[in-house]
Design a protein around this ligand. Sequence first.
Ligand code: AMP
Ligand code: MG
Length: 408
Amino acid sequence: MPAPGLRSVDEHLADILSVVQPLAPLEVGLLDAHGCVLAEDVVAPQPLPGFDNSAMDGYAVRAADLAHVPAVLPVVGDVPAGPASPLRVQPGLCVRIMTGALLPPGADAVVPVEWTDGGTTQVRIDRRPEVGAHVRRAGEDVTAGELVLRAGSHLGSAQIGLAAAVGRSRLLVRPRPRVVVLSTGTELVEPGGVLQPGQLYDSNSLALTTACVEAGAIAYRVGIVPDEGKKLLDTLEDQLVRADLLLTSGGVSVGAYDVVKEVLSRLGTVGFHRVAMQPGMPQGFGTIGPDSTPVFGLPGNPVSALVSFEVFVRPALRRMLGVPHITRPVISAITTGDLRSPRGKRSFLRVWLEVKDGAYVVSSVSGAGSHLVAGLARANALAIVPEDVELVPAGTPVQVAMLERRQQ
Ligand code: AMP
Ligand code: MG
């Protein structure tokens, strides 16, 4: 149960997922389709392989000519891979052939060069091939008219290769969502700049932009917006045209300069909630603008921002991409030390997950503070302690979300 007055993590996520939808399909080139979800069935117009061809470098022969080996056959020419050659294989003769070359008429087998003396005008063949040996038959992989990729498939490199192999240059896909990321805070300085007392580098927009890319989105980093309502409003207005989703960090608690809350609360359907989680309690979400663009107002503390991203934004982006699995894989692991969590809140603790003696174990790598960025960077998983649990004793199991930080 969430603490009184707080909204549960599940309720907040359900609210978000009831609003965000997969993006409308769009035809894109194959390279842009990588990582996207296919929105059409792909049918092969012609077979694969498209023609009988050699699986080896060797000699195209008639198997019947090699009933007795060793045998010596005259070589009438070469057939490299490429356009059809006029050569035929007449009885008692052979043609030197390269891998992938069209099998010349008359031939019914290929003798690999390793079975021969490698001759170019005549060749000695030491082993007898079966009919069809080392020949890749037309259509043995894919037949003409075959459904090779179904709508809903996730397009990895092998699927992109298959689409190309059947002759497609473009595919109808659910496009990657375009996310505009901005940080709010008058205290923030662009990394690399000079800090005055009281200032700190903007790390959230970098972390969130790259997290969006890891989730499969296209992310535009706008960078720092000061805590001034007008500036924030102008920036949101400017950026809305290129955004399928907007992400802000900072300015969502109850401080006097928390302008994101002030500004966004007045726009569209945006609402702010105290969510029963740690880190990341204040959360803003809703839609703004003529296209009802989803917007998240994430808390400013860097650990809160990135954990909120994991819990709420990543599933939303995955939903927009149309992929079947929108959440991280969660497994059970044994904790090596006591894990503590406030009653009434779901904790997401930064841990290191590894396999020891064939079992998953986790160890805490960070204190609880939501400003502890180094601890977050040491973690490869988040241990999830439910609302009604205050202590997970050492040696007992805990649910763990695995954070694989690579581009999807
Ligand atoms: P806020 O939610 O704006 O009150 O910010 C909470 C804390 O997070 C403050 O200590 C901020 O300085 C810090 N913070 C806010 N935005 C960022 C950011 N983009 N990068 C690093 N720290 C931030
Ligand atoms: Mg702030």
